[in-house]
Design a binder for this molecule. Structure first.
Ligand SMILES: [Zn+2]
Length: 118
């Protein structure tokens, strides 16, 4: 009676190699006030305007041109409004870029808009 049952102790299941994720995702955005990676909720108005200054850290200034009607001359006058907007790390808009901004909660004393697209 040859009851020779072989029980393999080692299971040789080939482990699928994990793809190297380092570097494939790019730079991670650590900005809490980022509309894509952070927890910032967007609401309100949107504008598509040009960046006139992006010197401050995570802050850009955009210029909104609007027309102001003057009844005396029955003409429109061009008026500009400068608006401080939040410039998240992952968007990093430069001076001269046309960006889309959306209203959000006040991020700082002067900022209550954030860039959502370049
Ligand atoms: Zn981001």
């Amino acid at each position: 009676m040859n009851n020779k049952t072989k029980t393999p102790k080692e299971q040789s299941s080939p482990m699928p190699k994990k793809p190297d994720v380092s570097g494939s995702k790019g730079r991670e955005c650590s900005d809490k006030n980022c509309p894509i990676h952070g927890s910032l909720k967007l609401r309100g108005r949107t504008f598509t305007e040009r960046v006139v200054s992006a010197k401050s850290h995570r802050t850009a200034t955009i210029e909104i041109e609007r027309r102001h009607y003057i009844p005396k001359y029955e003409r429109y006058e061009k008026r500009k409004t400068r608006l401080q907007v939040h410039n998240p790390d992952c968007i990093n808009a430069k001076e001269g870029d046309v960006v889309k901004v959306q209203e959000c909660r006040p991020i700082s004393k002067t900022k209550h808009f954030v860039i959502i697209k370049k």
